[in-house]
Design a binder for this molecule. Structure first.
Ligand code: ADP
Ligand code: ZN
Length: 736
């Protein structure tokens, strides 16, 4: 059955319009313009003295006086949202307990949406080759070629290419580029799905055929595509993308990290002969607006993006791939709390689309869903070609000579030394930004803390500052203790990546080392360039935080050393073991991807070599680990066998926030009636952020309990004090 792109009904009288202001107003009735408006249309409506964005939800409530309604000011020049997209947004709002207008705003993030379509100046190819070619000019021409002549404004084009506007102007003067009155948006170049992919091996072939069949048959299903790093999951799901494009439907690939998108986009271009649309924080306003409109018009076949790409108004989405589906960046914990993985499944089930969840280390949720048959599971059992999985070994720190101020054990150092001798790369992994997590005064014992958070200041020596990782506040590193005023007694305690880099510089003075930590890069471009340099073999020792764990392909890397394998094992978090396991598996998977002469080794420095997580990693017993984790969660009724919701209340005054939390807890009958239990209130794990005291409650319920409705009933009658913020996190990923 062909999907209903346009709702049949339009509303000539009054229409119900969701008003999408910054603070959600709700759904109001307005007078439709001559000829009516259709459901899903974007409009401008008057609200008080302002004109604000609105979305037509349906026919007006009926018993109003038409003469008293304020009229819709303008119908916007955008494709109306189709009925399925509206259903998705409505159900996503219900599931996450988000006010509908706030959820609708996630779907209308196109710059200048409310502006009348005005002619713009735009740069397009002109024709004449320049008489003089420079590196800067080449970059400009490359950007334009990469984006299919998107027609950027001069300043935007210059920004994308990382050059001054004068370079663009120079190319216009030379006749190589032309400045024209541009149509607002241009379609994306078509990808050619009939081009052959790489010849697949037997496992890959079987998985690719199964996915192609599923896409061909149409309808909804979710598949967990599991395979170790380097097994060819990307090659396989690109086959599903090809099938989807061949059927004239759109495909979306979600990636956890924009820095990964560069490599991925090159692969798409090699496979399909053109570049996909890109949606993430690193794109320009022109690209953002263009992609949003083209998604709605069906004029972009494949979109690659961050989690928010899930809220693009696709005309006919047939496939959603969630790559590295276990990655915690798929969970948004700000304004709207949602899991992009779960929302992908919801959107696909409404759209009759396929979902592919790809990972070497699936989330426990997906693993359990595959076990019960809710998801299908496809396995790629080995690395592609001759590449083998790295050998895994523990370094028992209790048996190593570790003088204070040193974190690289003699055994690990010897391994690094031998890689240096062979011209191979080593990666030292420590999931901690900065130089030292604690600054201690040896005179009075004070640990320097943030003024406005319940958190210690982290020393960032490369920037010569102390930084709070909760609120971002920073100050110069002081000479004297802020508490006892004694000078020269402040000492860094424990290592961060910068301190490991210092140790590397001291112990391997001739080696070229690179630190990969998100805070050391000011733009996505700089990070991408560094990653490309590393892949080209431009560095010998990489020292990195968790950004190195995510999917990068470093062909010369043959040694991974985990500086502190015990770091994530402790802690009350339900997912501590799962997360540690995933992170260490992923980071170890960076080693030895090239195969042949350079197999990889991963070494875990640990004080507890017998810890179940460490043993599971060393023994390659992934399934045994997941099954044991699952059994533990089942026994305690924890997710995914039971349900959790987190409630965080915050207020500058501790008494007010505690008082209101106790008041709510004393009226929890709706929760009890639904079979749910309330835990708390208690101080949140980070009890104060930006001067606001934080109190947490957890709601625990059996799997089938109507938890959203119960929470809504519970909270509705209680008016929070002024300036109190309350957020509800359904299925929290961290314990906030
Ligand atoms: P994963 O996504 O599972 O980490 P990739 O799809 O990135 O794996 O594949 C790992 C590497 O092996 C890539 O460089 C990819 O191009 C290569 N590769 C995988 N399968 C094939 C194949 N069938 N033919 C040629 N190269 C392949
Ligand atoms: Zn702070």
């Amino acid at each position: 059955t062909p999907p209903a792109f346009y709702p049949a009904r339009s509303f000539p009288g009054g229409a119900r319009i969701a008003v999408l202001t910054v603070e959600p107003v709700g759904v109001l009735d307005y007078l439709a313009p001559e000829g009516g408006v259709a459901q899903g249309q974007l409009v401008l409506v008057p609200l008080g003295p302002r004109r604000v964005l609105g979305l037509v939800m349906g026919e007006g409530a009926g018993d109003f006086d038409l003469a008293k309604l304020r009229p819709v000011a303008r119908v916007l020049d955008a494709e109306p949202f189709d009925a399925r997209f509206l259903e998705f947004l409505t159900r996503a709002a219900d599931y996450t307990l988000t006010p509908l207008p706030l959820m609708l705003r996630m779907a209308t993030r196109a710059p200048d949406l409310d502006q009348p379509p005005a002619a713009r100046r735009a740069i397009v190819p002109g024709g004449d080759p320049p008489s003089r070619m420079t590196e800067a000019r080449e970059r400009v021409l490359q950007v334009l070629a990469d984006h299919g002549g998107a027609g950027f404004a001069p300043s935007e084009l210059a920004q994308l290419a990382g050059v001054g506007t004068a370079v663009v102007k120079g190319l216009v003067a030379a006749g190589t580029l032309a400045e024209v009155e541009a149509p607002r948006d241009l379609p994306y170049p078509r990808l050619d799905p009939s081009r052959p992919g790489k010849p697949l091996d037997a496992d890959q072939r079987a998985a690719a055929d199964a996915l192609r069949d599923a896409v061909r048959t149409g309808g909804y299903a979710t598949t967990l595509l599991r395979g170790v790093t380097g097994s060819g999951k990307t090659e396989v799901y690109l086959e599903a993308v090809a099938e989807c494009l061949a059927r004239g439907r759109q495909a979306l690939v979600l990636l956890p990290e924009i820095a990964l998108s560069a490599e991925f986009i090159d692969r798409v271009e090699a496979r399909f002969g053109a570049r996909p649309g890109e949606w993430h924080s690193g794109i320009t306003r022109t690209e953002r607006r263009r992609l949003w409109h083209m998604a709605g018009r069906g004029d972009v076949g494949l979109v690659v993006g961050a989690r928010s790409a899930l809220f693009l108004p696709f005309r006919d989405l047939g496939l959603i791939v969630v790559d590295e589906e276990h990655d915690s960046s798929y969970k948004q914990e700000d304004v709207v709390y949602y899991s992009a993985r779960d929302m992908a499944v919801l959107r696909a089930s409404i759209n009759g689309a396929q979902v592919v969840l790809a990972s070497a280390t699936p989330s426990l949720e997906s693993w359990v869903n595959a076990g019960t048959g809710k998801y299908r599971r496809l396995d790629l059992r080995s690395r592609y070609g001759t590449a083998e999985l790295p050998d895994m070994a523990a370094i028992d720190l209790r048996a190593e000579e570790m003088p204070s101020g040193r974190w690289i054990s003699p055994t690990l150092a010897a391994s690094v030394e031998s890689r240096l001798a062979k011209g191979e790369q080593s990666l030292l992994f420590l999931n901690r930004r900065g130089y030292a997590p604690v600054m201690l005064c040896r005179a009075c014992g004070e640990q320097i803390a943030c003024h406005q958070c319940d958190a210690r200041m982290v020393e960032h020596r490369f920037q010569n500052r102390l930084i709070c990782h909760q609120c971002g506040e920073s100050r110069p590193i002081p000479l004297a203790c802020p508490s006892c005023k004694v000078e020269g007694k402040l000492a860094p305690i424990g290592p961060g990546v910068e301190r490991i880099a210092e140790e590397v510089a001291a112990r391997f003075p001739d080696a070229k080392a690179t630190v990969l930590s998100s805070d050391l890069f000011h733009s996505a471009r700089a990070l991408k360039e560094t990653i490309a340099d590393i892949a080209n073999g431009d560095t010998q020792i990489i020292i990195g935080t968790q950004i190195v764990a995510k999917g990068h392909n470093f062909p010369r890397l043959t040694l991974v050393g985990v500086i502190d394998a015990d770091l994530g094992l402790q802690g009350a978090d339900l997912r501590a073991a799962e997360r540690s396991f995933q992170l260490m598996r992923q980071v170890a998977g960076r080693a030895g991807r090239q195969g042949g002469a350079a197999p990889g080794v991963a070494m875990l420095q640990t004080h507890q070599p017998d810890h179940p997580v460490i043993r599971a990693i060393l023994g390659g017993e992934d399934e045994a680990f997941w099954n044991a984790e699952a059994a533990g969660r089942q026994a305690t009724g924890m997710p995914p066998f039971g349900r959790l919701a987190g409630i965080i209340l915050s207020h500058p005054d501790l008494g007010i926030v505690t008082g209101f939390a106790r008041h709510l807890a004393a009226h929890a009958e709706p929760l009890e009636q639904a079979g749910a239990q309330l835990w708390g209130p208690a101080p949140a794990p980070i009890a104060r952020i930006r001067g606001r005291h934080r109190v947490r409650m957890l709601i625990h319920a059996p799997r089938q309990a109507p938890i959203q409705a119960a929470i809504a009933d519970w909270l509705a009658p209680h008016k929070p004090p002024t300036n109190l913020r309350l957020s509800v996190d359904i299925d929290p990923q961290s314990f906030l």
